[in-house]
Design a protein around this ligand. Structure first.
Ligand SMILES: Nc1ncnc2c1ncn2[C@@H]1O[C@H](COP(=O)(O)OP(=O)(O)O)[C@@H](O)[C@H]1O
Ligand SMILES: [Mg+2]
Length: 235
């Protein structure tokens, strides 16, 4: 569904990505892990059209994404939930959700989507008329994910959704991601919570200084001694 090949991205003199290749098949939950500065966010930003690659290929359903605007890429079916809970704090929960629903043309469809969202995120129904900014961190993250889902993306990209959340909320977010995948949403997940990520991912790419250092199933990655030492706090 998504294919990234030999992707290079620079910030001025800094080469942030130096030949990243990855694929995501329909229905898969693919995780991108790696320490701070490895190039995870840069990879998602290049896919979503926010950053222009220096070279490389990105295709989605055999159509190139290179040179397309973020708006077009979103309309092609790729939604990104950026790091840091990107919601509108002075709009209500309902208004935030409505902004995500640009692809819904009629009221009945919109109502139906809201119903599905409330089934996944009951707290958002309770908070529907509250300002986004008054929600807790975990609730804001749920709202950011819910808003993306309102656009019915074919591929959902999540950048560190559990960052900065209390442990019980981290668990909620991981359960939610697993639920989304069970419902058929294709997901590209960036996470630093490697333990939990290896439990839910189908395949994993480990980025290191702008390159893919390792890729494989969670089992394959767990069997590498270097992973256990650096990312799983063992050894
Ligand atoms: N806006 C920017 N300007 C300059 N360098 C950047 C910028 N954003 C990221 N970088 C650099 O690019 C590299 C990859 O960053 P990033 O993709 O944010 O990593 P990650 O998300 O894995 O923590 C790092 O060396 C980082 O310092
Ligand atoms: Mg990042």
């Amino acid at each position: 569904m998504l294919r990234v090949e030999d992707l290079h991205v620079r910030y001025g003199a800094i080469a942030a990505l130096r030949g990243v290749s990855l694929t995501v098949q329909q229905g898969e939950l693919v995780a991108l892990i790696g320490v701070n500065g490895a190039g995870k966010t840069t990879t998602l930003s290049a896919i979503s059209g926010v950053l222009k690659p220096a070279s490389g290929l990105i295709t989605f359903r055999d159509q190139t994404l290179i040179g397309k605007s973020p708006e077009i890429i979103l309309r092609m079916g790729i939604a990104m939930v950026p790091e840091g809970r990107d919601i509108f704090p002075s709009l209500t929960v309902e208004e935030n959700l409505r902004l995500g629903a640009f692809s819904r043309r009629n009221r009945a469809e919109y109502r139906n989507d809201l119903k599905e969202i409330f089934a996944l995120f009951p707290i958002l129904e309770e908070r529907l008329h509250q300002m986004g900014g008054t929600l807790s961190g975990g609730e804001q993250q749920q709202l950011a994910i819910a808003r993306s889902l309102m656009a019915h993306p074919q591929l959902l990209m999540l950048d560190e959704p559990s960052l900065g959340l209390a442990p019980t909320l981290v668990e909620q977010i991981f359960k939610l991601i697993a639920t989304l995948q069970a419902r058929g949403v294709t997901i590209l997940l960036v996470e630093q919570n490697v333990d939990r990520t290896l439990e839910i991912a189908d395949r994993v790419y480990l980025l290191n200084t702008g390159r893919v250092e390792l890729e494989g199933s969670p089992e394959q990655l767990k069997s590498k001694a270097s992973i256990r030492e650096v990312y799983l706090g063992e050894g």
